[in-house]
Every structure is written in C-alpha cells, then in structure tokens.
Design a protein around this ligand. Sequence first.
Ligand code: DC
Length: 252
Amino acid sequence: MVLSFGSFESFGTFSENDPNDPNDSNDPNDPNDMKRLVIAIDGPSGAGKGTISRTLSETLGYRHIDTGAMYRAVGWKALHENISLDDEAAVAALAQRAAVIVEGGVVSIDGHDVTRAIRTPEIDKAATGVARLPRVREVLVARQRALGAEGGVVMEGRDIGTVVFPNAELKIYLDASAEERARRRANDTAHTGSQVGEAAVAAAIQARDTADTTRTVSPLTLAPDAVHIDTTAMPINEVVEKVLSLVRAKLT
Ligand code: DC
C-alpha cells in the first residue's frame, strides 16, 4: 500500500531532543526541544494499530514498539523448544533469558530473525496462549517499561494504557467492526498461513478477541482516559491526522 503523508512533514521538529544529534542542545528551556511523549495505542487485532503506530512514529521521530511481537516471539521460541504453553514457569524462564528485539520493523529472538515466522495462524494462537500467563507478562511488561522510560515512543498492544504506562500522556484505543478487522487481516500480506478466506480469519480473530478480553491478567479493556477511535470507515491518513492533532494538543 502506498501512502502519502507529505502533509505531516512539519512534524520533523518532533525529533528534536535527540541525544545522538550533536546540534541538539538538549536545553530544557530551548523551545525547539519538544517534550517527547509516551503514546499508548491499544485495541483488538485488525483495528489498525500496526499501520497507525508505524506511521505516527515515523512522522514524530519516535521509537515504535510492537509489544504483540514480543508475545509472538516468545510463543515462537516456546514451540521451537517444545516447551508446553501450559508450563508457565518454563515459558517465563524462556522469556526472561531471551533477547527479544522488536524495533525497526524487524523482530528477532536470540539472534533469529522471526519477522515473518511469527505472522502465522499457529503463532497467533501461541502468542495468545503466552499472553495469558501472568509471569510471562511480568517479564515482558518490565521490558516494555524500560523501552519507553525515556519517552518519545509509540507503543502498541492491549494493556499499554492500562498497565504498562497508566500515566502515558496520550492513550488511543483503536477499534473497528469485526467484519472490517477480519477483512483487513485476510488481506494482510505480512500474515501467512493456512486460513483461507475471511470467514476462517473472522473465526480465528473472534477466538483471540475472546481470549484477550476475558483473561484474568491485564485483559484488553478501554482505559477511562483513552481516546476511542472507530477506524471502520476511516482511511489511514485520516486516523493518523486525528491522532497527530491530539499530539499537538498535548504539546502546546
Ligand atoms: O497484537 P498481536 O496480534 O501481535 O498480539 C499477539 C497476542 O499477544 C494477542 O493475543 C494479544 C496479546 N498481547 C497482549 O496480551 N498484550 C500486549 N501488550 C500485546 C499483545
């Protein structure tokens, strides 16, 4: 999909306060050194979190952290090592010792590039199984907090605004109708596997939604201070523009 976001280029100034930029004074009184926010993007599968978060982070010069990819990578590794997803202690130990990198559009675990391997129906299920284990969540949430501690981050997931960063400056809850989410997922070329057709995808999404919203720890839920955006009939650039206007409001 080719997107034109030329009109967002004025947000180049948001990459100010870059510790690696020798021309950046990092002076807190310098008006060019804008505050770098934590932006939490939550919502169910297929709501548009990935596309919106990626575009936002590029526009703002922020880091993009896909926390779902962390659960997926741990699920992938557990399957790879024949660790049962019912063995919470073993999966938590795996999560604790694994080096997981989820930035720059590449996902790796212990040096294995799993960017494509984690986007399959098998790993959809494994990730959902991993995500219901409290001890695994503890390990991954601690890492997510460390990754976002400095601000300047767009973090997407299910519990970012409720658990990981309850004090995030901006919380967005993206949603879309079940039919539209299934349609998007069925057309998602990054997602490979055996589910053919929207009906199969819709059934799988429904099962994961139920698991994600009814689990005991950190279920997907709308934070009271999150801005709810229904993306069913909205083009991507409209959603991005809406979120950017909320970012502007936080920075002025
Ligand atoms: O966003 P995704 O489909 O890649 O997420 C994979 C699974 O992990 C899904 O079941 C939701 C779960 N998840 C979670 O529980 N908490 C997060 N912060 C991110 C994802």
